[in-house]
Design a protein around this ligand. Structure first.
Ligand SMILES: Cc1ncc(COP(=O)(O)O)c(C=O)c1O
Length: 783
């Protein structure tokens, strides 16, 4: 069954040129290309046009070559964003011709058009977009091939991963010290229940020399073609992706992270089943194991064939690296990539029903705590941008910005668990991670922001910022923006109009001075100079009150997802500084790439604050916060009284903080926020054209607000409409919530792994809900 390389054709370059001329009436040069079983020549015509002359192994049947030709033609006619080689007919019109070699053996010959591009293997670095484009290409191909069939695909083929047992026979040829490594992976392959997988015709050889890439800049590189149909077989569909992954993970510092990018993109186009996800890693490693086993066998048989060894050394290095990983870990990462609960078996719950939990909450928790939605959600698992309810329902999370890099991101979980299992103490001991984290954070901030205090929450961060400001200025008063929320401590409640002006609030304290929210939609100033007008209100407050500080969120969250007008902070900061105060940017909601165009939202205003406070996304759900300030302000605070925070900056928090920064960088989440945010905003603006209820759509990156109004002229807020719309979206599995002084703004600030498909889900569901809503309103004239 193994096509012997001894039966590979032996055609000289001269003979290749003759074949070309006689069969195809094409003149050109013929340069041999590497191949395991066949013989391929790159043909270049004098006019520069290129072709591949493919001379098949004597064992290759006509039917099988016909399958390859038909498959390429089939795919070229489908919605697959790839180029496919065209079959050039002989002068007598055949797609497949016959020739005899010097030993009088018959071979089939085909001539295909040449596709330009670099090999994936030779186009590092493999950035997120390139990996995602590979995932998409494979998914489109597999999705199209569901409708393709050919009798020759139903063959017994040794590279079919179902037949990995054939490769296993050669384990004895491997070096002694490596045999066990491979055996362990084959043992996992043996456990695969193939009946649970879907079957179709698959390409089966998207190795890194068969994938073509184009694009000069690394960030713009895309997969443009997948070549070589010589391994096509009818098998488990997931094997196609597994084969590609086996090569994607070669030579990568973070092989599983790279593979996850491909898997996530694939899944978005052609969803994998849970059974497929769970065997994907085993199949990918099995492919590597087959590769080293067949290479050992063929090296024994034909020691001179270089091609056989091309991927051998990296494959061994990789197998050794992978053997140090817990077997279940890559599968957990792939499950996460597909938004499945990371653990197959979730830890058991108490078994209480939702209503029992509600009653127990009433008894045991302070009643000042609310619960989201009329029928509260009982969430038992999170993965990526999804939350899973106890009844198994999956919800698309559009609001929990805390899970910044994705719910239960396995890299974050692992970093926390490993550090927890190693050491967790406090910042009075020396620790590498504490320093590394502070260095990494400050490297992301502009000078002179260079001194870090690590705390446990956004409230604590702002509380400390207030102390720093007061210590530095020896003043007490603070200017805040109307509608703002800065935290839950006593001082922060006093500093949060959202609280002190709301139910149970005691009004604005004497040391706090409110300025209007710089709202260009319903505020007093709306034109191009709105930023300057609103900044003037800060100037006025600063001149009148000798402030210690001006606290301002870099985009207003509770205030109604308001993006600051251009020039606002620049002018406001200048006024506050001129009055002797310092400027605090509360980035608790907005930091870490959410803005898309910038890593920090304050950068979109072109300013450098004196203090920046961080929280929520910083630890992806682990309680962590930070205050970053200048050396000068930090020195003013060092008046002899120690600032110590028991948990702030502990090694686990630092490990988590570090890995969150890694993931944001490696998964290019800021760029994703930019692109998907823009796409979502455009879709919502389109909805706005169709639904008068939507008065305004605003946002930067994945920080978006949709403001509902009853009348676009008067801007009468749709105070009671937004909440039921949010409820209905929840019933459809899309989690949103409301904000703003009139609770008429729907906020969207999802984990940054949010995709275009997710954006489409939000838009189509919101469209249906709004249509339904408007129909009812028209028939009953009430909402
Ligand atoms: C802008 C802003 N600052 C500070 C905080 C307080 O953060 P935490 O709840 O982590 O104490 C919040 C919380 O919602 C916030 O939105």
């Amino acid at each position: 069954m193994i096509a012997s390389v001894r039966k590979a054709p032996r055609i000289t370059q001269d003979a290749a040129r003759r074949i070309l001329s006689e069969l195809y009436e094409i003149e050109g040069s013929a340069v041999p290309l590497p191949s395991e079983r066949d013989q391929n020549f790159l043909i270049t015509r004098p006019d520069g046009n290129k072709f591949v002359l493919k001379i098949a192994n004597t064992e290759e049947s006509f039917d099988f070559l016909d399958l390859q030709n038909r498959m390429m033609q089939f795919l070229a006619g489908r919605k697959v964003d790839l180029e496919f080689p065209r079959v050039v007919a002989t002068k007598s019109g055949d797609g497949i011709a016959r020739i005899k070699d010097e030993d009088d053996r018959e071979h089939f010959v085909r001539l295909l058009t040449w596709l330009d591009g670099e090999c994936f293997a030779e186009a590092p670095p493999h950035r997120r977009k390139l990996l995602a484009s590979l995932g998409r290409a494979l998914a489109q191909m597999d999705a199209a091939l569901v409708e393709f069939s050919h009798p020759a695909a139903h063959r017994d083929f040794y590279w079919d991963l179902r037949n990995a047992g054939i490769a296993r026979e050669f384990i004895g040829l491997l070096p002694d010290d490596r045999r066990n490594l491979v055996k362990r992976f084959f043992a996992e392959w043996e456990k695969i229940d193939w009946r649970r997988l879907r079957f179709s015709v698959i390409h089966n050889d998207a190795n890194d020399y068969n994938i073509l890439v184009r694009g000069r800049e690394p960030s713009k590189r895309r997969v443009t073609a997948i070549l070589d149909y010589g391994d096509v077989v009818h098998s488990a569909t997931v094997c196609n992706l597994a084969v590609a992954l086996a090569y994607v993970i070669l030579d990568k510092p973070n092989p599983i992270g790279a593979a996850a990018q491909v898997v996530a993109a694939y899944h978005e186009i052609h969803a994998l089943t849970e059974a497929e996800v769970d065997v994907l890693y085993t199949l990918a490693v099995t492919r590597l194991c087959c590769s080293v086993c067949y290479a050992a066998r063929q090296t024994r048989d034909v020691p001179s064939n270089e091609y056989l060894n091309i991927s051998n050394a990296p494959a061994w290095a990789l197998l050794e690296k992978l053997s140090t990983l817990a077997l279940e870990w890559p599968t957990q990462v792939f499950r996460y990539a597909c938004g499945l609960p990371v653990l197959k078996e979730a830890p058991s719950q108490s078994g209480r029903t939702s209503s029992e939990l509600v009653s127990a909450r009433k008894e045991r928790l302070g009643s000042s705590l609310s619960v989201s939605y009329q029928t509260p959600l009982h969430i038992v698992a999170g993965s990526r941008q999804y939350l899973y309810a106890a009844d198994g329902r999956r919800c698309l999370d559009c609001v929990n910005n805390v899970a910044h890099v994705g719910h239960s991101h396995p890299f974050v979980v692992r970093a926390a668990a490993e550090q927890m299992a190693t050491l967790n103490t406090n910042t009075r001991y020396l620790h590498d991670k504490l320093i590394e984290y502070c260095e990494r954070l400050t490297a992301l901030l502009p000078q002179p922001l260079s001194v870090v205090y690590l705390v446990n929450s956004g409230s604590e961060a702002n509380e400390l910022a207030l102390r720093l400001a007061r210590a530095h200025t020896a003043r007490e008063d603070v200017i805040v923006v109307d509608g703002a929320y800065h935290g839950n401590t006593s001082a922060m409640i006093d500093l949060s109009p959202y609280k002190f002006d709301g139910p149970g609030g005691r009004g604005c304290p004497a040391w706090v001075h409110k300025v209007p929210a710089p709202d260009v939609y319903r505020g007093e100033h709306r034109g191009a100079d709105a930023g300057a007008h609103y900044a003037q209100t800060v100037d006025d407050a600063a001149r009148q009150n000798n402030p210690a500080a001006f606290f301002c969120e870099s985009a207003l969250s509770c205030g109604g997802q308001i993006i600051l007008p251009p020039g606002y902070l620049k002018q406001a900061f200048a006024a506050v500084r001129a009055a002797g105060g310092i400027c605090v940017a509360d980035e608790v909601q907005t930091g870490f790439g959410r803005a898309g165009s910038k890593f920090w939202m304050f950068e979109t205003q072109g300013v450098v604050p004196d203090i920046v406070t961080l929280g929520k996304p910083i630890g992806n759900g682990h309680p962590l916060g930070a205050v970053i300030t200048t050396r000068e302000i930090a020195d003013s605070f060092a008046n002899g009284m120690e600032y110590f925070n028991t948990f702030g900056g502990n090694p686990v928090s630092c490990a988590v903080g570090l890995v969150v920064l890694d993931v944001i960088r490696d998964e290019e989440l800021q760029q994703n926020a930019l692109e998907v945010g823009q796409y979502l905003k455009e879709g919502l603006s389109q909805l706005q054209q169709e639904h008068p209820l939507i008065g305004d759509v605003r946002g930067l990156g994945l920080f978006i607000g949709i403001e509902f109004v009853r009348d676009r002229e008067t801007l009468e807020p749709a105070e009671t409409e937004a909440a039921p719309i949010v409820e209905r979206m929840k019933e459809r599995g899309v989690l949103l919530s409301t904000d703003g002084p009139f609770h008429n703004v729907i906020k969207i600030k999802p984990p940054l792994v949010f995709s275009r498909t997710d954006a489409d889900v939000v838009i189509s569901n919101l469209s249906s809900v709004l249509k339904d809503f408007e129909t009812r309103f028209q028939s009953t004239n009430c909402l």
